[in-house]
Structures are given as C-alpha cells and as structure tokens.
Design a protein around this ligand. Structure first.
Ligand SMILES: Cc1cc2nc3c(=O)[nH]c(=O)nc-3n(C[C@H](O)[C@H](O)[C@H](O)COP(=O)(O)OP(=O)(O)OC[C@H]3O[C@@H](n4cnc5c(N)ncnc54)[C@H](O)[C@@H]3O)c2cc1C
Length: 484
C-alpha cells in the first residue's frame, strides 16, 4: 500500500453557487450554461483536461497534431472548450482538474465536497462548499467473465478506445473486438483506422431487434446514419461482423493466441458444437457501460433499473434527482451517448438557473426537453437490444474468476448461494469477498448479481462510502471539527 507523500493541503475554496462533478460532455455543457446565466460555478474532474470519455484528448507530451482524427464532432467540442476557457478567464468557472471527489455530504444548507489530488490521492486534498450540486460522473465499462478473460492480451473494448485516444497506442496488431452494444462498432473502426487488423467484430445480440420500435428509430435519424457510417467503414477495413455470437474461451499460455467464438441462442446460451477458433493476439471485449453512481447513491439519490439491466439515477424532466438540491446529467441517468449527454447537461443547468434565479423555462428549454425524450427513448431501446441474456452465465466454468481483485470464482459464488443460502449480492460479498477489492465491485458487480440470481437489485452495489482510494491522513483531517 503506497504511503502518502505529502500532507494534504486542505485548502478550503470559497463557497460556490454550483459544483459540477465531471467535466465530460454533460458536465462541461452544464458548467458553461450555468455560467452563461450568471452563476458562480466550480467544475471538478479527476482528469487533467475537460472532455470526459468521448472527447478524451491525447496526452499533451505526445505532441498529437490532429486529435480530431480520432473523434467525430471534434469542432463541437472545441467550441465547448472555448466557452469553458472564456468563463475560466473571466473567473465565472473555476475548473479544478485532477480533483477526484471521494465523498459529498450535507452540511446545513450546503453540500460539502471532499476531493483528493494526484495518484492515489497522495498530492493533496481540498474541501468545497456548494449551494447546489450537479453530478455528471459518466460511466465505466461492463465486463462478463468467461474462461481465459484474465489472460494478458484481453483488454476492455472501451478501454482500448481510451488507450488509443489518450496514449495513441494500439493494444495489439490482430485484435478481435467482442461483446455487445453499439460502442463496439466505433471501437473496431478506430482500431482498424489506426492500423490494427481486426478479423472480426463479435456481437452477442443482433441489430434486427431495433426494428421492434420503428417510431423510436424514425425519431433518431442521426443514430441510423452513424450505424450506416460504421457499417461502411467496417466493410472497407474487411472486419467480419458476426452477430448472435460470443467469445466463450481465450487460448494461449502467457498471452492471447486465439479465441473461440460460439453461436448463441436468443438467451445468449452457447449452442453446442458451434465453436470455431479465430487467431489473434488481442481481444478487446466489453458488454456495454454502467453508470458511475457512487457519489449520488451515497447522497441517497434513488435509482431505477434501466433497460440494459444496470442501475441508473431516477430523474425528472428537469434532471433533478430525488434529493432536493442535486441534479444529474449524462450517463448517470442511463447510458445514451454523447449527444444525449450534451443535451442533458444544458437542460440540467437551465433547471439549476431557474432554481437559483427564478423565472421560467424558455422555448430553448422546451426544445431540449423534446430532444431529450427522443434520445432517452432510443437509449432504452438500445439498452433492451443489447442487455445480456440470462444464458451468458453458461459461458463461465466453476474455476472462472469473476472478482479479479479478490480472486473469487463462479464456483465460490454458486456455493455461497446454493449451499450457504446467500439470497442477495451483499451476503455473497460477505461470504466470498467478491467486490471487496481495489475496484470495489465496479468490474464484477453486475456479474455477481446475475450469478447470484439477484439481477433485480439495483443501486445497492454502488453504495461506496469512498468513491476512490483516500489516504488515512485525509480521512483523519476530514473527521476533525472545523475550527481545529
Ligand atoms: C472507457 C470509455 C470509452 C468510451 N469511448 C467512447 C467512444 O469512443 N465513442 C462513444 O460514442 N462513446 C464512448 N464512450 C461513452 C461516453 O462515455 C459517452 O458517450 C459520453 O462521454 C458521456 O458523457 P458524460 O459527460 O455523461 O460522461 P463522461 O464522458 O464519462 O465524463 C464523466 C467525467 O466525470 C469524471 N468523474 C467521474 N467520477 C468522478 C469523481 N468522483 N470525481 C471527479 N471526477 C469524476 C471523469 O473523470 C469524466 O471526465 C466511452 C465510455 C467509456 C467508459
């Protein structure tokens, strides 16, 4: 365990009217809209630059001259970043980069945010009081375990994309992209454009299921065009699109040498005798994204079960959570993509402005609300189409590791449920330690719930008192009375 290298600074910035946590598309759009309306805003993000996951820029030291080549809509982001810069220069937004918020608590009429800086929170700490709070903490990738998924050379699909965008590196030369969800197409296209050979994109669902909701599709022409663009790009790079199939085993001793791809039934159960091998040196795999809810759940914000089976914040039309004084935007309200995140960020800030300054919504607010409804409907459809089928648990063997941090296997989880009587994921955790490690169940939480047969539980797994590792010295200081 690393020892803190510096005493926390414990600098206490002034009180602000609005704290926005997360400078991704949603949080940045919210911060600039609120500042346009005259609010004093503090924008905090663990990252060193604004943009979040979608607009993840190459690290400055790499000297990338054309970052836009890795993105769509880069001009839109440049315009947003320019607005942020103007507000920063004018002092209307204080942008605290490299600040990981580890907890938020209610103190009288304010929210008190606790943040740490530097790797593992070792460089310093700060506390901030805010009258209102907007949570735009985005999402992380969902993984389902299968034999061989811990072998070197298996990487997250979204992780591979992030690695390429920020580090300008490929995780391998011959990369199979697998899992479920539209993000896989973007990942396969990016990797192929950057020079990797992508022999196959393996999608566990099929795309025909989108046809079940023609009205929702018709209202999302942008998403259809994006799908068509990706289809053309995949064909150009000779990426084979294999639907209703999954990688059910990874081969290799020290690192990936190939994968077995099996056909699935409609519940994602592998069909016997259908497995075939594809040679590759890397597998980029992911089964969608999961909202990052620790801070909001810690404050008592209610969650709902989204169509993709993940917990998402329950929000009203104004993007208010169920806790007065707390708003949320973007992926925290359910996975929906960058356009929805930008729309919700602006809409949430407009609602904050009405709360702070009075007045009523404008025609622009009404238009944003309509756009949000359309995009949320598409997001729910997308979630339902790509939601892992119950048969995925047949991919795992008794000795497949599910919780990598604590090395807990499928067999141990099944024993906890079948023989020791665990009826919920918390009891499974107490009996097996699944979810008690470094990532605090972010990677294994969904899989453990499903293996334990408690898929309907939502939100509980996201209740983490600390949203990131915090040095004991910082915790001790936070526990002291204010005047000591
Ligand atoms: C690894 C990854 C890669 C992705 N790549 C793509 C892609 O290539 N194309 C695509 O269409 N979609 C991609 N997505 C989906 C993408 O995240 C969304 O479409 C969009 O970025 C959502 O915007 P957002 O503002 O809601 O969240 P995000 O963009 O995720 O921004 C959330 C921000 O909150 C910050 N944050 C989180 N918790 C804290 C905390 N406690 N304290 C301080 N800061 C915090 C994060 O550092 C981050 O900057 C990716 C998602 C992930 C997880």
């Amino acid at each position: 365990m690393p020892v803190p290298s510096a005493e926390p600074s414990a600098a206490r910035p002034e009180r602000t009217e609005l704290a926005v946590v997360g400078a991704g598309p949603a949080g940045t759009a919210a911060a600039v809209t609120a500042a346009d309306g005259g609010l004093d805003v503090v924008l905090l993000d663990a990252a060193d630059a604004p943009g979040g996951q979608y607009y993840r820029a190459p690290a400055p030291g790499l000297g990338a001259t054309r970052p836009e080549r890795l993105h769509h809509n880069w001009r839109e982001f440049e315009a947003l970043a320019a607005r942020l810069d103007r507000h920063r220069t004018a002092g209307r937004i204080r942008h605290l980069t490299g600040h990981h918020v580890w907890a938020v608590e209610r103190r009288a009429a304010d929210w008190t945010l606790h943040a740490v800086t530097g790797p593992d929170g070792r460089d310093g700490a700060c506390t901030l009081d805010a009258r209102r709070l907007l949570v735009a903490t985005g999402s992380h990738e969902r993984q389902l375990p299968f034999p061989g998924w811990t072998l070197p050379g298996v990487v997250g699909a979204a992780g591979a994309q992030a690695m390429l965008k920020s580090g300008l590196v490929l995780p391998g030369r011959r990369i199979v992209v697998a899992g479920s969800g539209p993000l896989l197409q973007a990942v396969a296209v990016s990797l192929a454009r950057a020079g990797a050979r992508v022999p196959a994109l393996v999608e566990a669902s099929g795309y025909a299921a989108y046809g079940r909701a023609p009205m929702v599709l018709a209202a999302a022409p942008g998403r259809l065009a994006e799908g068509a663009r990706h289809g053309v790009a995949l064909a150009r790079h000779r990426v084979r699109l294999l639907t209703h199939r999954a990688v059910t085993a990874v081969h290799g001793t020290d690192r990936v040498e190939g994968v077995t791809v099996s056909r699935l039934d409609r519940d994602w159960r592998p069909l016997p005798g259908t497995g075939h091998r594809i040679d590759c040196d890397t597998l980029a795999v992911g089964h969608g994204l999961v909202p990052q809810l620790d801070l909001a759940v810690g404050l008592g914000c209610a969650t709902r079960c989204a169509a993709d089976g993940s917990a998402a914040l329950e929000l009203d039309e104004e993007l208010r959570t169920t806790v007065p004084g707390v708003w949320a935007a973007g992926e925290t309200g359910g996975i929906g993509g960058v356009r929805l995140a930008l729309t919700e960020g602006e809409l949430a800030a407009r609602s904050v402005l009405v709360d702070a300054r009075g007045g009523r919504g404008t025609a622009r607010t009404a238009a944003l609300r309509r756009a949000r409804r359309r995009m949320r409907a598409f997001a729910e459809l997308m979630g339902a189409v790509h939601r892992p089928g119950p048969g995925w648990t047949d991919w795992t063997a008794a000795d497949t590791e599910v919780c990598r941090c604590e090395e807990v296997t499928t067999g141990a989880i099944r024993t906890a449920v079948g023989e020791l009587g665990a009826g919920d994921s918390r009891t499974v955790k107490l009996l097996t330690r699944a979810g008690m490690g470094w990532c605090q169940g972010r990677t294994c939480g969904f899989a453990v719930r499903e293996l334990a047969g408690c898929a309907a539980e939502t939100g509980g797994a996201d209740r983490r008192p600390l949203a990131c590792p915090v040095p004991l010295s910082v915790l001790a200081r936070a526990a002291l009375p204010e005047d000591t």
